[in-house]
Design a protein around this ligand. Structure first.
Ligand SMILES: CCCCCCCCC/C=C/C(=O)SCCNC(=O)CCNC(=O)[C@H](O)C(C)(C)COP(=O)(O)OP(=O)(O)OC[C@H]1O[C@@H](n2cnc3c(N)ncnc32)[C@H](O)[C@@H]1OP(=O)(O)O
Length: 290
């Protein structure tokens, strides 16, 4: 009786639609999922070259993997990147720049879903940040319970750098990790923290010299729950995260409407276009040099 009540409560708290994601047309999987048969810990690697930018397919693939991990009784989830330069470059700017409106609505709904799925994931979560993690990449990292980062990388919600404001629920993810005054300053500046700065302010918990060391430190964090009852642990995590989550769930349509208006405004589209062009220019000049 109690168990079914607890399971019901978890279902109520888990607002993400379990979706079976159609795999994308591309041959290589957008996420790689490995479960260590000794530790029972799942490693979920983002695998969308060149920078793991989040489009609809990749975010659906992340959600599908999280659903699988929760279903196969993995003891924990480590989120990392299959490439060694970029953890995740945030939302795919192609989805935001001169967007198809129907697709933009779907894109935003999936963006909300991927945060909810990771933020409320019933198993312990840790991010092995083995590359740069701006904007949406930082959001994935802060949705995890623990963060280990490699040196010489950057992480932060830099939306104001390209003319955007982070949505309320994205700010709440930052505030769940940073003190308010620091979060406000970093958000308004669009600050990208270096690895050392991120450790100093608590945006990341540890630094590792290599990806292997980062994965090991994430596993140690997950092992720290070995004495906790998994169900009680999951309920406790969901209970403490519920107020932030409810702020999004209570008004997903309102959030979508506000974001569509904001993303589509000509001023912001112009700013985003200039930002994206500068990015491409930088990439072309880099390619020219090599
Ligand atoms: C309420 C109101 C609510 C309003 C709601 C508004 C939205 C708010 C929330 C937004 C969240 C976001 O995540 S918006 C996304 C923000 N992301 C960023 O600012 C990161 C931008 N990228 C970078 O800084 C860098 O690429 C970085 C990730 C550090 C990697 O640097 P590298 O030198 O290794 O690689 P680059 O040469 O720069 O890039 C390699 C290629 O990848 C492309 N690329 C890089 N980042 C990309 C991206 N995010 N989307 C698409 N493509 C990207 C480049 O154009 C290059 O393409 P080619 O030219 O073809 O080679």
């Amino acid at each position: 009786m109690l168990r079914s009540k607890i399971l019901n409560r978890i279902r109520l708290l888990k607002p993400v639609i379990d979706r079976r994601c159609m795999s994308s047309a591309s041959k290589t999987p957008l996420t790689l999922l490995e479960v260590d048969d000794k530790s029972g810990i799942a490693t979920l690697s983002l695998n969308r070259p060149p920078v793991n930018s989040l489009n609809i397919d990749l975010m659906n693939s992340i959600i599908e993997s999280i659903t699988e991990i929760e279903g196969n009784k993995s003891r924990g989830l480590i989120l990392t990147s299959a490439n060694d330069r970029v953890f995740c470059a945030g939302l795919d700017l192609n989805e935001l720049h001169k967007p198809n409106q129907e697709r933009l609505k779907e894109f935003w709904a999936v963006f909300q879903d991927v945060w909810l799925a990771l933020h409320l994931c019933s198993v312990p979560t840790a991010a092995a940040i083995n590359g740069h993690a701006p904007a949406g990449g930082c959001l994935l990292a802060t949705a995890c319970e623990y963060r280990v980062m490699l040196p010489q990388m950057t992480i932060g919600l830099n939306e104001t750098q390209f003319g955007y404001m982070a949505p309320k629920w994205v700010m709440l993810s930052y505030l769940s990790v940073l003190p308010r005054r620091l979060a406000e300053r970093a958000l308004t500046q669009g600050k990208l923290f270096t690895t050392a700065e991120a450790l100093d302010v608590g945006l990341v918990d540890e630094i590792a010299a290599s990806k292997e060391e980062a994965l090991a430190k994430c596993s140690t964090f997950i092992d720290s729950f070995s004495k906790a009852n998994p169900l009680a642990r999951s309920l406790t995590k969901k209970q403490i995260r519920e107020p932030d989550v409810q702020k999004l769930i209570a008004d997903r349509a309102g959030d979508l409407k506000e974001c569509l208006e904001y993303i589509n405004s000509p001023l912001l589209q112009d700013g985003l276009g200039a930002y994206f062009e500068a990015l491409k220019q930088k990439s072309r000049s880099k390619a020219g040099k090599s």
